[in-house]
Design a protein around this ligand. Structure first.
Ligand code: UD1
Length: 327
């Protein structure tokens, strides 16, 4: 059994990771300031972990949180390209300053390894596909810059202080508990919940932009692997975490239409500033160094996600009667 600290534990990814880390028998400590996280995401596991509501910019809180833990999973962020375009300073504080603060505390507490939620946005609009880790980064949005700078800090803390770090470049993660309600929410959470309500989703641009959408269970497994992989293979490294396939938004809408049984159509609006056109990961390095393989395909992940949101939106009574009708 190991002890771990999860930053952003009330977020979609942090809370999923907390469930998996607890299920694997680890002692879990979590920290969140609820800037984007939700209390309901951790309500059911709060009694089994040590939770503290605090901001990562609070030096004392972060030092206390790191004391005595083996691993840190740094998931806390304001994860939005358009929000960072509107508020670059806020994005920088949450996505970069907080990281440096955490790294200092982790170094001083002699944490064994820090695993970081880096972002595929670091690649930007490079024409080469798939994107592999040796390619020069080309960030577009302030969000992408802050995420990339944090990655560099991870590697720097390994080189300068010997603190083992692993940066996992996440490619468009989706799944249960992703917040669908903000205009900055991930496209799949938005589309699924809108279509389940019979509302018309909006595609920004012409819908030919493509993404390597990655189901949450794949990311959780990559994080757990990042704590056990040999340090010679992963310490100070940057590794892609994705599905290794890409789908454009027009196709995504068509697939969802079928899964959900949605009869309406999509509407189009102007492309968003800072948007990347195409994204697809090369997984060779993460397979070799981390032992990572995607466990859940895009289609299977979509089905599971639709099922989850559908169960959330069913009124309690009809949920009960549909459960009854199965017996
Ligand atoms: C980017 C990163 C991703 C990161 C995320 C954090 C890339 C390739 N990906 O995601 O790794 O986790 O930031 O926020 O840089 N869209 C619509 N309609 C909507 C919402 C979005 O058409 O209602 C479009 C967007 O304009 C974009 C695509 O869907 O083209 C995906 O958007 P979103 O889900 O917000 O993620 P990215 O910005 O691609």
């Amino acid at each position: 059994m190991a002890s771990c600290l999860i930053t952003g534990v009330a977020g979609f990814i942090g809370s999923s990771l907390a469930r998996a880390a607890l299920a694997a028998g680890n002692e879990v400590r979590g920290i969140d300031n609820f800037a984007t996280g939700k209390r309901e995401n951790i309500a059911e596991i709060c009694g089994r972990m040590h939770f503290r509501e605090a901001d990562l910019l609070d030096v004392d809180a972060v030092r206390t949180a790191c004391a005595g833990v083996d691993y840190v999973f740094h998931q806390a962020a304001i994860p939005s390209v358009p929000k960072s375009v509107l508020d670059p300073l806020g994005s920088n504080r949450a996505n970069l300053d907080a990281t440096v603060n955490l790294l200092i505390a982790a170094r001083d507490a002699k944490v064994k390894r820090v695993v970081y939620a880096a972002s595929s946005s670091a690649y930007g609009d490079t024409p080469t596909l798939p994107k592999h880790e040796a390619m020069p980064p080309n960030p577009i949005s302030p969000y992408a810059v802050a995420k990339l700078a944090s990655e560099h800090y991870m590697t720097s803390f390994y080189r300068c202080y010997g603190l083992e770090t692993v940066s996992l470049r996440y490619f468009n993660i989706f799944g249960p508990r992703q917040d669908p309600n903000s205009p900055y929410s991930g496209v799949l959470a938005r589309f699924i919940t809108q279509m389940l309500k019979g509302e018309q989703p909006t595609i920004y641009g012409d819908g030919t932009q493509s993404r390597d959408f990655t189901y949450i269970d794949n990311v959780v497994s990559a994080n757990l692997l990042a704590t056990t992989a040999p340090s010679a293979a992963v310490a100070g490294q940057v590794l892609n975490v994705a599905t290794g396939t890409r789908v454009n938004l027009n196709e995504t809408f068509r697939i969802l239409k079928k899964i959900i049984g949605f009869r309406g159509d999509v509407k189009y609006a102007p492309e968003r500033a800072g948007d990347v056109k195409h994204s697809l990961a090369d997984l060779a390095r993460s397979e070799e160094q981390l032992g990572y393989k995607p466990l859940v395909s895009f289609e299977e992940g979509l089905q599971r996600t639709v099922d989850w949101y559908r169960a959330q939106t069913l009124p309690q009574e009809s949920a009960l009667s549909s459960a009854d009708s199965r017996h």
